[in-house]
Ligand binder design. Structure first.
Ligand SMILES: Nc1nc2c(ncn2[C@@H]2O[C@H](COP(=O)(O)OP(=O)(O)OP(=O)(O)O)[C@@H](O)[C@H]2O)c(=O)[nH]1
Ligand SMILES: [Mg+2]
Length: 280
């Protein structure tokens, strides 16, 4: 019998092996290549604000075996939603209520039905062909697959020297304060098992969202694996990120998370009226 994975239409499921025991439940999977199949459904979340011109490039690299695409529209005034629906008819469009990338991702994650969630920017900087590397790390045992432009094999065409310096300094601070060994901090291409959301408990609105996730997965003791990733130049339009404003927001999150760890690690303080031994 051939050991090759038989191809199937996206969305369909086939059994990996004909069950020898007729009462056993068939194993469902999605073929990725001739020798690789992914069992868990993969959701891709794309936050997008006025990215209509970039979406054709983004969708062109998404693998056909993904389970669903969730596009979170940030009150776009261009044809972002229309273009997304034309390019990927089954796309789920979520209109975010608030503002900011963090707010968008919170809404997008809540709409996911897959077991693995991948976050991909809509500016054309992320290559969807890398998704298989993230998913492979997760199915091999990692809880959180964290993209890195500075791990061996990664790179960036998009960061200015000042942004590289800021990212490096903030990353070093997180490593020092939380015992992480990250090579990158503020990068939007990551993937994780949906159970991570319970540990991350996202509660931020802006570009500090990736930092908050990276800190909380370490605090929760989850298994994090870095995935080398290449960030391409934004294709059309201008960045929404402002280096100083958003750098300060990231710094505030680091300080806040450090403080909250200290507070949590203190012994509980009994109310003044409570006295051990009293009435016993
Ligand atoms: N829905 C939504 N998406 C947003 C919002 N802000 C940014 N985004 C999206 O988040 C992704 C990253 O934003 P960018 O402006 O590219 O920021 P960046 O990648 O840090 O900066 P550059 O590298 O300069 O492009 C893009 O897909 C944006 O469209 C927002 O408020 N709402
Ligand atoms: Mg970008």
């Amino acid at each position: 019998m051939s050991s090759f994975v038989q191809p199937a239409m996206p969305g369909s499921t086939i059994s990996s092996n004909p069950p020898t025991n007729p009462t056993s439940t068939p194993v469902h999977f999605r073929p990725v290549s001739s020798h690789l199949a992914i069992a868990p459904p993969v959701s891709v979340v794309i936050p997008a604000m006025n990215e209509a011109e970039n979406l054709p490039h983004v969708f062109a690299t998404l693998p056909p075996w993904i389970h669903e695409v969730i596009l979170v529209d940030g009150h776009s005034t261009d044809d972002t939603v229309k273009v997304a629906r034309e390019l990927w008819p089954s796309v789920t469009v979520v209109e975010q209520r608030g503002r900011g990338k963090g707010d968008a991702l919170i809404s997008g994650f809540a709409a996911c039905t897959g077991e693995i969630i991948v976050m991909v920017d809509a500016d054309g900087s992320a290559d969807g062909n890398e998704i298989v590397s993230y998913v492979s790390a997760l199915v091999s045992g990692a809880d959180f697959a964290k993209g890195s432009r500075f791990a061996n094999g990664g790179g960036t065409d998009d960061m200015t020297p000042i942004r590289k310096l800021g990212n490096w300094a903030l990353c070093a601070l997180v490593n020092a304060k939380f015992g992480a060994r990250y090579t990158d901090l503020c990068y939007g291409y990551n993937a994780f098992w949906r159970h991570c959301l319970d540990h991350i408990g996202l509660d931020c609105a802006g570009f500090e969202v990736e930092t908050l996730m990276n800190i909380r997965v370490v605090k929760a003791g989850l298994k994090v694996q870095e995935i080398p990733s290449h960030e391409h130049l934004r294709i059309h339009g201008a960045s929404n990120l402002r280096a100083v404003r958003d750098g300060l927001r990231v710094l505030k999150v680091i300080v806040r998370e450090r403080r909250s760890r200290r507070l949590r690690s203190r012994p509980a303080v009994l109310p003044a009226s409570a006295s051990l031994g009293e009435g016993s």
